[in-house]
Write a new protein. Sequence first.
Length: 545
Amino acid sequence: MPINKSAHPKGLRVLFFTEMWERFGYYLMLGILALYLMDPKGGMGLHRAEASDIVGTYLGLVYLTPFLGGLLADRLLGYRKSILIGGVLMGIGYLGLAVPGYTAMWISLLLIIIGNGFFKPNISTLLGNLYSTEEFKANKDSGYNLFYMGINIGAFICNFVAAYMRNAYGWGYAFAAAGIGMFIGLAWFLAGTKHIKEADIIKPANPNDTPVSKVLLFVFLPVIVVGALAWIAIPGNILGSDSTDAFIFGCIPVIIYYFSIWWKADKNDKQQISALLAVFVVVIVFWAVFKQNASALTFYAETHTDRSISPQVAPIAKPFGMIQELDSKVDSFPKYDAYFRPVMLDGHKQNVLTPDPYFQNLSKDKWPQEGQKLDLVSTEIFQSINPFFIIILTPVVISFFGFLRRKGKEPSTPAKIGWGLVITGLSTLVMAAAVLSTDITTEKTSAWWLISTYAVVTIGELCLSPIGLSLVSKVSPPRLTSLMMGGWFLATSIGNKLSGVLASMWDKYDIKAWFFFVNFAACMVAALAIAIMLKWLRNIINQHS
């Protein structure tokens, strides 16, 4: 979509494509990480539960570190330098995942987690600073929507590249492609730095602001200590797994720190910070529901969705990494594409031959004959549906809100967030309808149910996620903008981790529709909370934006 030069600063193009390439690498790696961890041939050969726990913890941590990266940028490093440091660390981390073995994997994941902390909050803050002048101020929300579209162009393309590279060459080449994408983004950022340097301004701290050294000592160190104690000392587990306990309890010092910022702030800043903290708490629910696309909805796509593809289309789709071949084995028929998985039997972990989950609820008359291959749409390709709709619908949403603005009827920023929660809740009802329309224990549902769900939730996402970034930029005290952006990502982090907790309950529901009804109820409660606070939030935003 062409960017109107008169409505947006030149730096938007720089940050748009930088973020596009960064998200290309991020989502490429994320899209194949669980598959790599479970692959017994070229990957780590872990059980699904172990792989899911690692991915869930990674998702939580990668959005927890922005609070520290935002603080260091606000107080010491500046935004451009922080973005470069973060990008280099992530690029090295992606390349490191191409090296086999646990040591390389853990070091690489750590580099990506730290790198994202420096990169993610500061590129969003830098974008907001570009819109601080009267010339561009009115277009900040649409600027963030365009920026968000760049994120999703990268997220859409990467799944096809990942599938092709891993199928044609192996896991290492796929991870290396993520690193190359990250360094392309950094090269673009450096080439366009002249268009953004005026927005890279470090604001002086207030006397009441906690020094960085004390934050590291009294916040960051306690995060590590409390998390470690929760992992080791709590008998059993409280929230589903040791890693979940460690993550949630480890977040407590950071949460206390953000409330201490509010407590020590002067009257003017306290009003702004309180509004943002209230929104942060509410949007945790959105991320807890939305991020199930990487867990519950992926599981649904793999096992309960009809992924068959016609013989005429399969040869066209295969070069794009879209095809998964299931092969019937002569010596294990009717166990298809069988693989060994470690399971607990008689108190011992043993490798057991298990069939591909696609055949668990497929009518026998649709099974291929012995010795034949069955072509299916690869499960991970469903992860590209949401970014596809982002790309298609972003101009529509921007135009719709522009139309309302010209009529004087545009919803306020918090009202948009409230509508985002309502629409996200409606997307869960689509999945409930899918489950109720078919006996999913014996039949598969049409892929159109998942496609429709992603279409609805994308509209909710566009009303909430980029608008939330814009809200933080508008309302934060100038010297704390990147730190408060880190608070937004802290809420994202907690929601991400909770999405895994919610998804882990899938098998506990005898009536699967209730799984989605619970998600719907959570979204409605959060939307109601926004509605109750709407007048208060609107007054604060009008005063400070």
